[in-house]
Ligand binder design. Structure first.
Ligand code: DGJ
Length: 728
């Protein structure tokens, strides 16, 4: 029976009455439909492509009004007053443009009008053309109906007879219904303090959120949510949300015009941007994904999570659970050697680790962070038998082997740099600013890209390496590419990233079993562009469990817990706080579990607890990694943090609760669960019996969602978890 129901559910979207994309000729409207939302654009009476609607689903054709040019004011043109779908800078337009160009003859004006469209399956392509030249912008839309998301990007084509410099190329502008009462949510932070959720009212003017650092950055992340009237909660309220798939310089401009048009424009950062196109050449922008929900931030993030698992991540065709890993970094830093790593591996295997990862320090003269990057040969003193002896040992213990690399970087104190100083990004004759004593190889150069690909390919071909942690430990400075003529050099911002992407893609194609973690000194490279190429990300170098709660909370607004790697490490850590080992485990279990502690310092009781926790995690990890996340109580605002995960079939749920910053010994408030069936019965299995105040061990979904669960928590940094299983 259940199989039949799943089959019918599967058929649902395929047999839906109206297609996800259609063009209504009589009204000159393009209509994109998802499960619960509609997005409408149209050609107005002046021939401009105009945004018409984005919100809850419209079902009757009569509900769609054709696009109409707006009225002009003394200082505002009709075009400027119109919410154009992809405005170029030209004519009387003063808002943030999607496209800015300079033609070889000096013209810096582009006015895009509708030229044609094509509907193909779930995709719509609308071609715009400059009113006087052969400059084209193809706007490409794709609908992910069952995820409630739309993908947009643009291809700028130079079909003129002269060269054109693209000075700004945005992926999309997302228009909200006119009005002045919106709240923006975004993720800010810094190294070791990434993905902090910030919420602020949108006011007249512009707010810029960006990275100018060459990669995605710790400081800002290319995700947004905007809610109406600032009223949305986790489960209620209108929320427009989205994320840009790009791991280089990016920019979001959140704008409220003097006429209360509210919109967000995003794509390549136009700071220091100049992309020359010869006649016949084109530039493609990154893809910008966005959606709309009326069920608050919780539904917005659940949609993003499922979408990432089913449409973005490398295992999207057949999603798998992530293994429990061990990483050596915090235990041994650069002091790695065969005996030491084998000893750690022996201990890791005993607690149920499935993937043993050796971090930095195994190659060249890498005894500290001042030397060795670039020299990717095994250090013979540390590993006299090569990597094979260690890998065989790890494999013999039943674990896979993973290795740390940082291929884009070079220490000036390395053989590679001594041979190829010109490979580093630099301006000739100017200082080369070092970050963590290293420079960046110019991956935009094809010769450098091929060199890096070849050495990684060889490393993987010669060793049984199942996983690489790909790190990047500094941001760009002096972004010169002296081998190219000056007008071409700024292509570095785009070409660097596309070449890095190409290496990931080629390595995966050639080594199909390889899994990759993206790391950039923690969470500096987390975005939907890299997630298409990696299985998980290193969330933050800050592994202190209480700090992690807010880092993970913010992360979860944008990205699935499945990719959120979190190590259990030793205490005190980072800020001097010492949380119990159980607390550290439970914080980590809300994503993908890793262990980064020095196991040589653990007591027998630590090992016992760890074995029990890893076994518990293996029971619930499919629910955590592939289920639906409900943020019940936030570490940003409450003394109790609570998160719940429900499996995709609704048969298992797991609840995590953490107490912190409590005062006066008040009892912890009840935790009200979500996403269960009110009429079903659920069996409760607390991780620690004494922590659950409820006597009954079988209760209804209604009880769990309306009466809630009560915990007995002893004080700050006490923590609890309950396994909830549907019966029968
Ligand atoms: C930065 C990473 O985030 C750490 O986990 C570790 O791999 C170090 N680099 C190694 O240098």
């Amino acid at each position: 029976m259940r199989t039949l129901i799943s089959f019918l559910l599967l058929l649902g979207p395929l047999t839906a009455a109206s297609p996800a994309v259609r063009w209504i000729d009589s009204m000159k409207l393009g209509v994109l439909e998802t499960d619960r939302s509609s997005y409408v654009l149209g050609v107005n009476d002046l021939g401009y492509l105009q945004h018409v609607y984005w919100g809850g689903k419209l079902t009757r054709p009569e509900d769609f009004a054709p696009a109409r040019a707006a009225a002009a004011f003394a200082f505002e043109s009709r075009e400027g007053m119109t919410s154009e779908e992809y405005p170029a800078w030209g004519g009387m337009r003063y808002g943030e443009p999607c496209l800015r160009v300079t033609l070889a003859d000096g013209v810096r004006d582009a006015v895009l009008k509708y030229q044609s469209h094509e509907v193909r399956g779930d995709q719509l392509r609308v071609t715009l053309r400059d009113i006087q030249t052969g400059l084209f912008a193809d706007l490409i839309y794709r609908v992910y109906a069952r995820h409630g998301l739309i993908a947009r990007h643009a291809v700028i084509r130079n079909q003129t007879k002269q060269s054109v410099v693209i000075e700004s190329a945005q992926s999309a502008v997302w228009h909200l219904p006119n009005g002045g009462d919106y709240r923006l949510s975004h993720l800010a932070g810094r190294w070791a303090g990434e993905t902090q959720l910030v919420q602020e009212n949108i006011a007249p003017g512009k707010k810029v959120i960006e990275s100018r650092r060459g990669n995605t950055s710790h400081q800002a992340n290319p995700w947004f949510a905007i809610d109406a009237d600032g009223e949305a909660s986790q489960e209620r309220g209108r929320v427009w949300f989205g994320a840009l798939a790009w791991s280089g310089n990016w920019k979001f401009v959140v704008e409220q015009t003097p006429n209360q048009q509210t919109r967000l424009t995003g794509g390549y950062n136009d700071f220091d941007f100049a992309y020359p196109l010869k006649p016949g050449e084109q530039l493609e922008t990154p893809v910008f994904y966005a959606g709309y929900t009326e069920e608050g931030f919780g539904d917005a993030s659940r949609r993003m999570h499922r979408f990432q698992r089913e449409e973005i991540l490398p295992d999207r065709a057949a999603p798998k659970v992530r293994p429990v890993l061990y990483n050596s970094w915090e235990a041994t830093t650069f002091q790695v050697d065969e005996a030491g790593q084998k000893a750690l591996a022996d201990k890791a295997a005993k607690i149920g680790v499935e993937l043993f990862v050796m971090d930095d320090g195994w190659f060249g003269a890498r005894d500290h962070d001042r030397a060795g990057l670039g020299d990717w040969f095994v250090n013979p003193k540390k590993f006299p038998n090569g990597l094979k002896a260690l890998i065989d040992h790890v494999n013999g213990l039943g674990m896979k082997f993973g290795l740390w690399v940082e291929p884009e970087m070079v220490n000036p104190d390395s053989d590679l740099y001594r041979q190829h100083p010109d490979w580093a990004i630099h301006f000739p004759g100017r200082p080369r600013t070092e970050g963590r004593n290293q420079l960046i190889l110019n991956m935009a150069r094809d010769d450098v890209k091929e060199f890096i690909f070849a050495l990684l390919d060889k490393l993987l071909a010669e060793n049984n390496i199942a996983f690489i942690k790909w790190d990047m430990n500094r941001h760009f400075t002096e972004p010169g590419w002296p081998q190219l003529p000056a007008p071409e050099q700024r292509k570095i911002w785009v070409k660097y990233v596309t070449n890095v992407y190409e290496i990931f893609d080629r390595l995966r194609a050639k080594h199909p079993k390889l899994e990759i973690e993206a790391c950039s000194g923690g969470g500096g490279r987390v975005d939907l562009g890299i997630l298409r190429r990696v299985d998980q990300v290193w969330t933050s170098d800050n592994t202190e469990a209480f700090d992690r709660l807010t880092i993970q909370d913010g992360f979860s607004y944008a990205y699935t817990p499945k990719v959120m790697m979190d190590w259990i490490t030793d205490v005190p850590n980072m800020n001097g706080r010492s949380t119990p080992l159980k607390y550290r485990f439970l914080v980590s279990m809300m994503g993908s579990v890793g262990i980064g502690a020095n196991l040589n310092h653990w007591s027998p009781s630590d090992f016992d607890l760890a074995s029990r926790m890893v076994a518990y995690y293996k029971r619930i990890r499919a629910t955590v990694q592939q289920g639906s996340l409900y943020r019940l109580s936030s570490p940003r605002t409450e003394n109790l943090t609570a998160n719940q995960y429900v499996s995709s079939d609704g048969r298992q749920a797991v609840l995590f609760a953490f107490l912190h910053a409590q005062q006066f010994r008040y009892n912890a408030p009840p935790v009200y669960l979500r996403g269960l069936d009110e009429n079903a019965l659920y069996k409760l299995t607390p991780l620690d019996e004494k922590q659950l105040a409820e006597r009954a061990r079988t209760v209804s979904g209604a009880y769990l969602m309306h009466r809630g669960l009560n915990f007995r928590l002893g004080g700050d940094f006490d923590s609890a978890s309950v396994l909830i299983e549907r019966v029968p």
